[in-house]
Design a protein around this ligand. Structure first.
Ligand code: UD1
Ligand code: UDP
Length: 371
């Protein structure tokens, strides 16, 4: 059985690495296609995880449009699909790379497996364009690897047959546990100079729907938070020019705020470990933080990761300056509130999601399960 993995951005590499590792050294034939939607943010990960793509569409352009990504993947991947004729195309999550790849496979009547299927906010503009990307992927997929029971239920509600859905946990937990278990040496890194007694507030932000006013509000909140007792804000800034421009304008050269380039995955995991709390609009970080017992305040109006909100590990705080500051202050001042979030359960998996995905394909290959 021939499998083609396609991915292009930072979170896709992190979340597919443990899955690809399962399939390497097996009797599946494996091909890997990188779309190049991200460049600098992906290359160090490929090196770290030792992933060698067979194809690279090399598509990234400065401040690229959704149309550019979609069109390039659709046209260039189609040629690869025609030549390689895989039995399955495997995509992860909700990026435009994943959506356009799934569409390209559908046009060639190639089967599609979706890892991280069934996440929904049921608001087509939040997050934009990811909510519609994942719905498109799920409308053409043949195998659905849902990370949780909630995401399985979303798929069932949409009429997907239950035989095609597998609850696996999220593969990000596999990648995260593997990385977190390795020793990390801070020497010479950005973290080397941070005094141990500082309360690190780790911030990341990159959603397209927040560009402009919402991002300005978030940055203004961060400025106020940096004045809290003993606080140090560490903000690895996404390379998207729409993010960099606003963040640099409002937050550069401020006391108690450390702006950095995107950090390597092991360094970022280590930084999460050292943090007091995390403010983010990232999907992956909402899933990782509860494994480390770090409270997450979600800088969005809606989340598709409702499980962490339910267990109490995450709280949606939106993009209004006042609300973000108030909720962060609460966690600085009220020990009980902090502990309640920190001790909440991680609902996203046990670190064996990739193995479950591999086992499912093995059963299909051996004819024990219908594809
Ligand atoms: C993309 C995904 C988003 C995912 C995020 C993870 C889409 C539409 N968006 O958003 O779902 O959550 O990745 O980070 O699929 N850039 C660089 N170097 C890089 C990466 C980006 O310079 O390595 C800059 C480029 O100017 C690029 C811009 O960032 O044009 C935007 O990149 P793009 O992938 O379109 O959007 P993201 O915001 O990264
Ligand atoms: N991450 C990283 N370095 C950073 C910031 C994030 O390695 O400087 C990791 C993080 O641990 C998580 C993933 O990148 O696994 C999340 O990616 P991102 O927030 O870009 O995308 P999303 O998950 O929102 O799609």
């Amino acid at each position: 059985m021939k499998l083609l993995f396609v991915f292009g951005t930072r979170p896709e590499v992190i979340k597919l690495f443990p899955v690809i590792t399962e399939f390497q050294n097996s009797d599946f034939e494996l091909k890997i296609c990188l779309t190049g939607q991200h460049k600098e943010m992906v290359q160090p990960l490929l090196d770290f995880f030792q992933i060698k793509p067979d194809f690279n569409l090399n598509l990234m352009k400065e401040n690229q449009s959704l149309e550019h990504i979609t069109k390039t993947v659709l046209i260039q991947l189609s040629e690869i699909l025609e030549k390689e004729k895989p039995d399955y195309l495997i995509v992860q999550g909700d990026t435009t790379t994943a959506m356009a790849s799934a569409l390209a496979a559908f046009y060639k009547k190639i089967k599609i497996a979706h890892i991280e299927a069934g996440l929904r906010t049921y608001n087509k503009l939040q997050p934009f364009p990811e909510e519609i990307n994942r719905r498109i992927i799920d409308s053409v997929s043949d195998l659905f690897f849902a990370p949780t029971e909630t995401t399985k239920q979303n798929l069932l509600n949409e009429g997907i047959q239950k035989e095609k859905i597998f609850v696996t946990g999220n593969t990000v937990i596999d990648a995260f546990l593997l990385t977190a278990s390795k020793k990390f040496n801070e020497k010479g890194t950005e973290l080397d100079k941070i005094p141990a007694n500082k309360k690190i507030v780790l911030v990341t932000c990159h959603r397209r729907e927040s560009f402009g006013k919402d991002l300005e509000n978030i940055c203004n909140a961060i400025k106020e938070i940096s004045e809290f007792d003993n606080a140090l804000v560490v903000f690895p800034v996404h390379l998207n020019p729409n993010i960099k421009k606003t963040v640099n304008l409002i937050l550069s050269n401020q006391k108690n705020i450390l702006l950095t380039n995107p950090l390597s995955y092991p360094l970022f995991v280590h930084l999460m470990k050292r943090s007091y709390l995390i403010l983010t609009d990232s999907g992956g970080i909402q899933e990782e933080a509860p494994s480390l017992n770090k409270p997450v305040l979600v800088l969005r109006e809606k989340t598709e990761r409702t499980e962490a909100v339910k267990t109490g590990a995450a709280k949606i705080v939106g993009t209004e300056t006042k609300k973000i500051v108030e909720e962060t202050k609460k966690l600085f001042k009220e020990e009980k509130e902090y502990q309640k979030m920190a001790l909440a359960e991680n609902p996203f998996g046990d670190g064996n999601a990739s193995k479950r995905i591999f086992d499912c394909f093995k059963e299909i290959k051996n004819g024990k399960r219908k594809s």
